[in-house]
Write a protein that binds this ligand. Structure first.
Ligand SMILES: [Ca+2]
Ligand SMILES: [Ca+2]
Ligand SMILES: [Ca+2]
Length: 297
């Protein structure tokens, strides 16, 4: 089967589904649903999150190889909504196929800027509200869109699907929440959290099976964990070790006092850290190892 697309249609609803916005990140191969304003009120059938509503990211981690033998690229991220206009939900096979090709349901190709639907705009671009182009400043806020019950359709193609061949996709879903109000369209707290998830996932996916010979691991000994006033970190490998950093769940760098104990271990003063989950990053010159640290007083 030629010109096939594989699409993932997801309906992120953040509390009240009717005040949400959507975005994409082409190079991180993901779509995001976030609240379109600072307060997520209750709706008739769901409880709102209130202030500082969260965001949810859908990411395609791994794709099968395309005809060139390389992992297939994400080909579009479309953002239909629950409604009846040409940019709303697809409701038959050809409208779904249009969306998977980066085309609105009435056949109009997606374009860069505004709401992505502009027949007079010659710049075709099927990654709606793409955050991966810094200078673009194209978000639903900047487009002055009305918040809606958004969907995401992430597609990969065109692919040739041979008979009796299976294709494997690995996807991830990440939910995260910041303690500060969402600055309209500034989704750094989502992309930062996704980066951390990716480092951890990569470590998990590349982990050798238990039965294989023991491999040298960078994972340190961390004790006690959960920690209260202090935590000790003992490096498993000091080769090419540079430094250690601690990040909170929103991927913000926190800087506790760090005291070297000897050449391969140190102590972090966690007394002034809030209770919660942190990520300890051991940075080597060519790699880093991320471990989870829980602080509980
Ligand atoms: Ca939705
Ligand atoms: Ca909402
Ligand atoms: Ca609202």
């Amino acid at each position: 089967m030629h010109n096939s697309y594989v699409g993932f249609f997801v309906d992120g609803d953040l509390g009240n589904p009717n005040d949400d916005f959507a975005a994409s990140h082409r190079t991180k191969r993901m779509g995001i649903v976030y609240n379109g304003d600072p307060i997520d009120e209750n709706s008739g059938f769901s409880t709102g999150y209130g202030l500082n509503p969260p965001a949810i990211a859908y990411q395609i981690i791994k794709t099968p190889n395309d005809a060139t033998g390389n992992p297939a690229e994400l080909s579009s991220v479309m953002t239909p909504y629950n409604g009846t206009s040409p940019t709303s939900d697809p409701n038959n096979a050809s409208e779904y196929y249009n969306y998977m090709k980066g085309v609105w349901r009435d056949g109009t190709p997606a374009t860069m800027g505004g709401n992505g639907y502009d027949r007079s705009n010659g710049t075709l671009y099927p990654f709606m509200y793409d955050l991966s182009i810094d200078c673009l400043n194209w978000t639903e806020c900047e487009a002055n869109n009305s918040a809606h019950d958004r969907r995401l359709l992430l597609s990969v193609g065109p692919l040739n699907m041979e008979q009796n061949i299976s294709m494997k996709f690995t996807n991830a879903v990440l939910w995260t929440r910041d303690t500060a109000a969402i600055d309209c369209g500034n989704l750094d707290f989502v992309t930062g959290a996704v980066d951390f998830m990716n480092v951890q996932l990569e470590q998990e996916l590349n982990k050798a099976p238990l039965s294989s010979n023991e491999l040298v691991s960078d994972a340190p000994k961390i004790f006690p964990n959960p920690a209260s006033d202090k935590v000790f970190v003992e490096l498993n490998s000091t080769d090419d070790f540079k430094n250690v950093e601690l990040y909170d769940l929103q991927a913000r760098l926190v800087s506790p006092e760090i005291v070297a104990v000897d050449d391969h271990s140190f102590m972090l003063n966690t007394r002034n850290l809030k209770d919660g989950i942190y990520f300890l990053s051991l940075n080597y010159s060519d790699r880093r190892s991320i471990s989870k640290l829980i602080v509980k007083h």
